[in-house]
Design a protein around this ligand. Structure first.
Ligand code: PBG
Length: 326
């Protein structure tokens, strides 16, 4: 059967018909809102390359948590701007630091809000790398116990989910056993299993002050050219006990999201990263793009590709836009 019996346009004629046959729907409950926690009181420092995103002290983080719940966004993920940095990233597992304080304040005030923590060392090391440096190299095995300590400190503060983003081999297993040994057998791990060495993280590194002081992250983050290797990373993390997986960045990696989705049965997250956000914001500020339509189309593409969960700086705006539309 073909034209003129078949006419694809028949099902596009009215809004009601289009809605009736729509395959993918974006919902506020798909979103995770990233927050940058810093020390102090009443701190709200704008991030130049990410309009609408701020470094926030705990009091202001609480305000964000409340807004998320009101908008139907179920989860936030926390990154830290610590008071001090050293060679091994000690402030990553310091219970008096901004992330640990923000986690416990959020859980106290909003027990129903899911609080996820980013587990990595790059924001906390003086050299800006995600692991310990030995002889000028990022040392994998010695980094694992630091990551495990960091995840444990987040769990102790009350984190619902820990999310390692460092790309060291074996970190999921190391974190799993540290959590299990200390009474956190029920704390899930959302692994940034597939994280590429991407130029799209540029604005985040300004926001979090985590630009590497020498070299780059290509010896641990993945080569953007590879998709089969993503499935290898996924298999390793599954074997080590990951509960959820993430692909990052999202927009240039929709094929990878689809491949991972087809290869596993774990909940899959996609990270709509800082550079993807900054591009839309910059174009919209110039009047070159319709921010709302472009942002929603991007997020929809991630969900259509297979993401169950989307981490995005657009979360609050997108949730409000979706409400407007419904
Ligand atoms: C590492 C981490 C990064 C991001 C999330 N976790 C930066 C990096 O690997 O350089 C990037 C997030 C974004 O760009 O929005 N802790």
């Amino acid at each position: 059967m073909s034209f003129p019996v078949v006419r694809a346009r028949r099902l596009r004629k009215t809004a009601a018909l289009r809605s009736f046959v729509r395959e993918t729907e974006l919902l506020p409950r798909d979103f995770v809102y990233p927050l940058f926690a810093t020390n102090g009181k009443q701190v709200k420092i704008p991030i130049a390359s990410m309009p609408g995103v701020y470094q926030l002290s705990v009091d202001n983080i609480l305000r964000e948590g409340e807004e998320c719940l009101k908008l139907g966004i179920p989860a936030v993920i926390l990154f830290g701007i610590p008071a001090y940095k050293d060679e091994k990233g000690s402030s990553a597992f310091d219970p008096s630091e901004a992330v640990q304080q923000a986690v416990s304040a959020l859980k106290r005030q909003f027990p129903e809000l899911l609080v996820i923590t980013d587990v990595c060392l790059c924001e906390y090391t003086s050299h800006g790398h995600c692991g310990l440096i030995e002889a000028g190299e990022v040392e994998n095995d010695l980094t694992l116990s630091l990551l495990a300590q960091t995840a444990l400190s987040h769990a102790r503060a009350g984190a619902d989910i820990v999310a390692p983003s460092d790309m060291m081999d074996g970190r999921v297993a190391a974190i799993r056993s540290a959590l299990d040994e200390h009474g956190f057998a029920q704390t899930p791990i959302m692994s940034y299993a597939v994280k590429y060495a991407s130029a799209f993280y540029g604005p985040f590194r300004d926001a979090a002050g985590s630009v590497p002081q020498f070299g780059d992250r290509r010896s641990y983050q993945m080569d953007p050219a590879n998709c089969r290797e993503a499935l290898k990373e996924v298999a390793l993390d599954l074997a080590e006990g990951a509960d959820m997986l993430m692909v990052k960045p999202a927009l240039s990696y929709l094929d990878v999201i689809r491949a991972v989705k087809e290869a596993t049965n774990l909940p899959l997250a996609a990270y709509n990263v800082s550079g993807e956000y900054a591009m839309v914001k910059a174009a919209a500020a110039n009047g070159w793009l319709d921010e709302k339509r472009v942002a929603l189309e991007m997020l929809l593409s991630m969900k259509r590709a297979g993401a169950d969960i989307i981490l995005t700086y657009f979360a609050k705006d997108a949730a409000a836009w979706l409400k407007e539309e419904s």
